[in-house]
Design a protein around this ligand. Structure first.
Ligand SMILES: Cc1cc2nc3c(=O)[nH]c(=O)nc-3n(C[C@H](O)[C@H](O)[C@H](O)COP(=O)(O)OP(=O)(O)OC[C@H]3O[C@@H](n4cnc5c(N)ncnc54)[C@H](O)[C@@H]3O)c2cc1C
Length: 599
């Protein structure tokens, strides 16, 4: 029996009642889909998550990975599950039909991914990275490479990785030392060592396509000189059949805090000088191609934070409804008073409400972002498509950093809700916390995301993308200020949004004269913006729910769900959004103490 519980009702609310996913059905790209198919997909995803993936989570975490004679062994139970996952078409259902995918909307795929990641995070690295790597090959590979790799990877027969990090080049990718030299046959000889490579080796598929960042000898230093290569574990002949092992070896694997069943490898390319790879995209434009993968991966990483936060919240909620401890506060002095379950205590209610608000808000943010991607890639209107892409770019660092930081916070609150039992391995929440922590570190640390938001995303189109985005929230505020139930929450959103605008204006005005100060506060700024974005989505959801409440049968599960949705929005607006005042006060203070302390 697994510990995993998912919240399909809220997933369906966000997809169908808030985002109105059925709108996609009017677009030619999704003409083969229907609401019934959407429902069936969610049902199948739930089934595979509960029946196949969730039971592996705990045993696979305990078993972990090991290196035997240069070959990484992952938990045996993953092998059978991987075959079922592949057979269900889950590796890349969002890939194009011509490449073996099902052309599924990314928003639906990410809703399913929440179930899969919540059920067994470590497992998801193998197919998840494969789909992203295959997409880069599809977009940037030569015809030969595409013919030989894309379908094999999208089907999951071969897996994929993303190899950026080196011992001396983590956040500063441009400092990498891995090199490439052109061969006469058009391939490149690749030499170097990458570290921390997720799903870097395993015994579950017959080949692995590594996407490796390297510098062709003689090309300029830094990011601008970097190229991208596809380096297979087993060389693939031009006719598509497997050839000899490439010169790719695994000297060691990492022993980690979490995601123990995902192999994290050191990979040596070209120890014997015989490692061959294909250039992917243009020479010295490797970072452009890799960023394509990373932008996708950043939203998926945000989904990891969201999914594990949600899993932890569901566990804590069930536990709190069963765990009996103490009496009701009004009976505290009566030794014979009836004992109550802990969900009756106000402080536990505070923790549950906080977890619920973040969990549902993060879900809405991830699914909304995926919906923006779906729309931007399928509508005819190029101007509107560009606008949607701009919003998505603006939101990407928030998806990544806010969802993973808050997802971690939710797992921590879940442990707190359990009390001492939360710290004990018998219960699932300590694993959720260990498994989610990595998400704030890879795909660009959350500090780097905040710098990206402030330094690159805010100035996009001279600040117009950000200003238009605030304008959309402003329109929502104007339209809903007088809402009979959530009007007060809308006013709190207005205050938080105005603070965000003021602070961003201050950053813009301070110009280039003092680059340290804005970066000192980039994380605070990202938090402010995350609060506004999630607050907006929760209040929007609350207003939709308030509108449906009168038609819901009294006492029905729908009535309870909608009523709770309204109160959750109210809770976030009252308890979280005022935090923007404190964050803004720190930002505008001009206090430089952190910069001046001698560490
Ligand atoms: C389990 C695991 C799996 C991973 N999977 C992969 C993978 O599949 N592929 C891959 O290529 N890599 C992978 N990584 C590597 C990961 O992406 C890096 O660890 C990450 O990019 C940070 O690099 P670093 O560890 O060298 O930290 P550093 O770059 O040394 O950063 C340390 C701290 O300094 C901060 N910092 C660094 N530079 C700056 C700056 N300019 N301004 C402000 N702050 C800064 C960082 O935010 C961080 O807080 C993985 C790592 C782990 C632990």
């Amino acid at each position: 029996m697994s510990h995993y519980h998912l919240d399909r009702r809220d997933v369906e609310f966000v997809l169908f009642e808030q985002l109105q996913l059925e709108k996609l059905l009017n677009l030619p790209k999704y003409s083969e889909y229907s609401k019934e198919i959407f429902d069936m997909v969610l049902g199948e995803a739930q089934k595979i998550a509960m029946d196949v993936l969730a039971p592996m989570n705990e045993p696979a975490d305990k078993e972990g990975c090991r290196l035997e004679d240069g070959q990484v062994k992952i938990p045996k139970i993953f092998h059978d599950a991987y075959e079922k996952y592949k057979a269900g078409g889950w590796v890349a259902p969002h890939a194009k039909v011509e490449w073996g995918g099902q052309g599924m909307p990314v928003s639906l795929y990410l809703a399913a991914t929440e179930f899969f990641v919540g059920a067994c995070t470590s497992f998801l690295f193998y197919p998840g990275l494969t789909a992203s790597a295959a997409h880069v090959v599809e977009l940037f590979g030569s015809d030969l490479v595409k013919k030989n790799y894309v379908e094999k990877m999208y089907s999951g027969d071969w897996t994929g990785t993303m190899c950026l990090t080196e011992a001396g080049a983590g956040s500063a990718v441009g400092d990498l030392l891995t090199s490439a030299t052109p061969n006469d046959d058009g391939t490149y000889n690749v030499v170097g060592t990458k570290i921390f490579i997720s799903a870097g080796d395993h015994d579950m598929a017959e080949n692995i396509g590594h996407l490796v960042l390297a510098r062709v000898k003689g090309d300029p230093a830094g990011i601008k000189g970097i190229s991208l290569f596809l380096v297979p574990k087993i060389w693939v002949k031009d006719d598509g059949s497997l050839g000899e092992a490439n010169d790719v070896t695994i000297p060691s694997i990492e022993h980690k805090m979490g995601i123990n069943a995902c192999s994290t490898c050191v990979i040596n390319f070209g120890d014997e000088g015989k490692c061959r790879g294909y250039l992917i995209g243009k020479r010295m434009k490797g970072i452009v191609a890799m960023f394509h993968m990373m932008n996708e991966a950043r939203i998926v990483t945000g989904a990891q934070g969201m999914a594990l936060g949600n899993a932890a919240y569901q566990s804590a909620l069930l536990y709190a409804k069963e765990r009996v401890q103490g009496t009701d506060i009004s009976n505290m002095k009566d030794a014979d008073a009836p004992r109550v379950t802990i969900d009756k205590h106000p402080d536990v209610k505070r923790m549950l409400a906080t977890m619920k608000a973040y969990s549902e808000g993060l879900r809405a943010l991830i699914l909304k972002s995926a919906y923006l991607l779906d729309m931007s890639e399928s509508i005819d209107d190029p101007v509107e498509a560009a606008r949607l892409r701009g919003v998505l770019e603006l939101l990407t660092p928030i998806c990544k950093a806010y969802c993973t930081d808050k997802g971690f916070k939710v797992t921590e609150l879940a442990i707190q809700t359990y009390g001492g039992y939360g710290y004990i391995r018998e219960y699932p929440v300590e694993q959720y916390m260990r498994d989610v922590k990595i998400a704030s570190l890879y795909e660009g640390t959350n500090g780097i995301q905040a710098m990206d938001l402030l330094g690159r995303k805010l100035p996009m189109k001279n600040g117009m993308v950000f200003m238009n985005f605030l304008g959309v929230i402003g329109d929502f505020i104007d339209a809903n200020k007088a809402h009979p139930v959530l009007g007060g929450a809308v006013l709190l959103l207005e205050k938080a949004k105005n603070k965000l605008g003021e602070v961003s204006y201050g950053f813009a005005m301070s110009g280039q004269s003092d680059p340290d100060y804005p970066m000192l506060h980039a994380v605070n700024f990202l938090e402010m913006m995350g609060n506004v974005v999630v607050g907006h989505l929760l209040i929007e959801g609350g207003i939709i729910a308030a509108g449906k409440l009168p038609d819901a049968k009294e006492g029905s599960s729908d009535a309870v769900y909608y009523s709770n949705k309204v109160k959750t929005a109210q809770f976030f607006a009252t308890n979280i959004l005022p935090g923007n005042d404190a964050l803004a006060a720190a930002i505008v203070s001009k206090d430089r103490s952190a910069l001046e302390i001698e560490f």
